[in-house]
Design a protein around this ligand. Sequence first.
Ligand SMILES: O[C@H]1[C@H](O)[C@@H](O)[C@H](O)[C@@H](O)[C@H]1O
Length: 619
Amino acid sequence: MSRKASDNVEYTLRSLSNLMGEKRRRQADGAAGSGAAAGERSLIAAESCSSLNSAASGGELERAARRQFQQDETPGFVYVVSVFSALGGFLFGYDTGVVSGALLLLKKELNLDALWQELLVSGTVGAAALSALAGGVLNGLCGRRPCILLASGLFTAGAGVLAAARDKETLLGGRVVVGLGIGVASMTVPVYIAEVAPPHLRGRLVTINTLFITGGQFFASVVDGLFSYLAKDGWRYMLGLSAVPAVIQFLGFLFLPESPRWLIQKGQTQRARRILSQMRGNQAIDEEYDSIKNNIEEEEKEVGAAGPVICRMLTYPPTRRALIVGCGLQMFQQLSGINTVMYYSATILQMSGVEDDRLAIWLAALTAFINFIFTLVGVWLVERMGRRKLTLGSLTGTAVALIILASGFLLSAQVSPRITLNPPDPSHQNSTCTKYSYCNGCMLDPDCGLCYKLNKSSVVESSCIPVDKDSTMKAAWGRCSNETVFKKEDLFWAYNFCPTPYSWTALLGLILYLVFFAPGMGPMPWTVNSEIYPLWARSTGNACSSGVNWVFNVLVSLTFLHTAEYLTYYGAFFLYAGFAALGLVFIYGCLPETKGKKLEEIESLFENRLCTCGSAGAI
Ligand SMILES: O[C@H]1[C@H](O)[C@@H](O)[C@H](O)[C@@H](O)[C@H]1O
């Protein structure tokens, strides 16, 4: 029998014996009171197993299993709870994505220089890194629900401040508040969903959170596109709109329950039982409840409860290994360059011949859409393929796509057109742009762009000119400085790229990158982290790994331009491909398969030496 089929039968048998046990238990409870019920329960379990054995001989087992499966429906409540929590993911995606479009308008209206633009982007990500770390302590002390309420409160407050801001300092304050919300949400939501979900749906439900992140990024790009037509105050709507989902989440969570696992840990067992049965509908909860409770007691005996959690995690080998795997996954997610690729998608698209700037904005929305749709593929695949195969397949494809993307830039650099015209600078400011003889040098200089004409498909009459300070879509002076004029005269302006016949290679690389990254490397680091730590270490483990994600997010985005200057664009993308290859080796060796396992069983996967745990997974 295949492993999958035997897993199914095992699950079916377990649920079947649960259901029979629960029914008889209820009868026994009614007849003999609760003291006798415990003894009765074990008798019944034995009885139901033997009746199952005899049923197995005929086709009865299958019929019974089918009947049981029909009744074993996961109650809609689990989905409602998961979707309300995943609004945190939506806000994470929306608030990190919307800022690029808002900045286009803001920098004109508030005269923002490069430093302030950088502050408004990185302020949020930096605040997210800090609050993800602090979120661990809050989660442990106050529970998941207050943390989600806090995050939605911060999102709402931040959106209000941003929409009403009158100066750049207030804007920065608003962006930091939003960042604090993002950090708390990014570490709490996956943990909360993993703790309420039944084992066979956990991967799928946690992955929905990443689907909401990429959905938020896509929605943000559409909002950016729409409000970019509203030059005055358009940014207020872009930044303020996130208050709507934030308020919905806040109101929803006033009525939604705390994680039953956290409640059991805090000794609030009655409440935990009630919530667990609400989440499991008609299924028996005794087995799950007992296993959570026993697990907590055993862990306390084994690891003790003294000293800071992070120290206990580092000195106890299984949690130390889990932490290395969790943080490694998050680090390699960011080192594969997802945010750079998304951010530079407009440039890559322009390289491939998209000349119109508005069109480029909408095509960037298309990029975000591909990221979103292929995350949906991940939601579909995660319980079929398992986390390990999905992550390995995804990262292999990502590495190959990065090589294609880099080759696109390399080919463009190698056949880089010659600069044939050197018009005198009317501003007499002697920019560096005039010193380049090939487009490649001009492209790598952030202050310059190429103005050219096309004769059939070859570049003619090309000049390297300083870029306009307000818009990278035109030159500071000369033939390409007035967009309507240069379009009428069949002139073209290339900023950040060189027009060559090989530009489509980069476009192909971009599309392949998203198709491979989005189903696996995008969501799996979040999903796996939500499941690999035992309860006592879960908040801290997720806080650390989310912190690593945000720190590497800032590092990669901040260093991209410098990396491109030193290594050129293709060098930067080859570097990311190298990181992706390293990530492959790490994941191949160290990531065990967690699919279908109860959260309480996962710790045992990390009992062997690190990087032998990968062999526990099936590949
Ligand atoms: O999992 C998410 C997702 O892949 C997003 O598209 C990306 O922007 C985030 O950095 C990442 O953590």
